[in-house]
Design a protein around this ligand. Structure first.
Ligand SMILES: [Zn+2]
Ligand SMILES: [Zn+2]
Length: 340
């Protein structure tokens, strides 16, 4: 079968690999859709080093093989398998940081989500990492469960319902965060985005004003729109570190900056740290998601509370994976979905 895999020396290639077989406690899923994520692109570029070198984690499909001892999952079931699952018992999990659990990233879809089929490890199956998809949710929409879950966790970690908010970066994650904020009652919603296509999507999905950070002073404009104060919260949904610095200056005194985009490893932030103390600006990072958030995400998608379908601008077959990467690297798309 075909699979898009990372090369040992970086880059990506379509390989012909054996069809996986489910061992005891495992399942094999025949992939029907898998979203291409910004972190996949970073892994292909070799700039994302904090995660295992596996690409494709927004995969959904049909169960094709069920290992010995698996209960409650049958062949033919339509499922979302979460690629990472925490232990729920260690000091880190109990301390409220399950996505930082040492076990969380120890398992993964094998050989990854960009494959005709993939194996889901026993660890993930045993711990409720596999969600059944209701018939009303098609595979393409279901492929947003993982990214939406990450956006939900980010917005939840802010522990506030901002009256005004700025989303920096209107890629798929920014557009999901924007919709979640709107759903929670944020009235004054702003965005900043370089790509005209993505800026237009942000306007469609609820941003009152979208600024172009390449030629507009985003913090100054955010202040101007909020009586000179700054926004209650800013969500940084890009890995660009300049956006983090802009977010710190765009929030009001006491405001919150949520970090959702992963900066390139080794990047440096140019911010005057006195801002954090003298203006009580909080920085809250959010990384990945847990089962609680994937279930919330599936529920929001099923009830059509979040529009995920309109984010899909490109569809590619696995055989066209390299073209999908080229298009995504040029930000000529919002979300690209791979199918077998
Ligand atoms: Zn992702
Ligand atoms: Zn743990």
């Amino acid at each position: 079968m075909k699979a898009a895999l990372l090369g040992k020396a970086g880059g990506v290639a379509i390989a012909d690999v054996p069809v996986p077989v489910a061992g005891p406690g495992e399942i094999v899923v025949s992939m029907r859709a898998c979203g291409l994520c910004g972190s996949d692109l970073e892994k292909i570029r070799g700039t994302y080093t904090a995660a295992p070198p596996v690409i494709g984690h927004e995969a959904v499909g049909v169960v094709a093989d069920v290992g010995e001892g698996v209960e409650g999952i049958r062949n033919g079931a339509r499922v979302f398998p979460h690629h990472h699952v925490p232990c729920g018992r260690c000091t880190t999990c109990r301390g409220g940081s399950p996505t930082m659990c040492a076990q969380y990233r120890a398992t993964n879809l094998e050989p990854g989500g960009f494959a005709e089929s993939f194996r889901v490890p026993r660890w993930n199956v045993d711990r409720g990492g596999v969600l059944r998809l209701p018939p009303s949710v098609d595979f393409e929409r279901a492929s947003f469960i993982e990214p939406l879950a990450c956006a939900i966790r980010a917005v939840d970690r802010a522990r506030t319902t901002p009256k005004s908010a700025l989303v920096l970066g209107a890629g798929p994650m920014g557009l999901l965060a924007l919709q979640l904020l709107r759903l929670r009652g944020t009235r004054a919603l702003f965005a900043s985005e370089v790509s005209p296509l993505r800026a237009e999507k942000a306007r469609d999905l609820g941003a009152g004003i979208v600024w172009d950070p390449t030629n507009e002073d985003v913090p100054a404009l955010a202040k101007k729109e909020t009586s000179g104060l700054g926004v209650d919260a800013a969500v940084v949904a890009t890995g660009n570190v300049r956006a983090i610095a802009q977010a710190v200056r765009a929030v009001r005194a006491g405001g919150i900056v949520v970090l959702l985009g992963v900066p390139e490893a080794g990047a440096r932030l140019d911010v005057d740290p006195s801002e954090f103390v003298t203006r009580e600006v909080s920085m809250i990072p959010s990384n990945a998601a847990t089962g609680a958030e994937t279930r919330k995400a599936l529920d929001l998608i099923a009830r059509r509370k979040v529009d995920v379908a309109s984010l899909v601008t490109h569809r590619f077959h696995l055989a066209e994976f390299l073209e999908a990467v080229r298009v995504a690297e040029r930000a000529e798309c919002v979300k690209s979905i791979l199918t077998p």
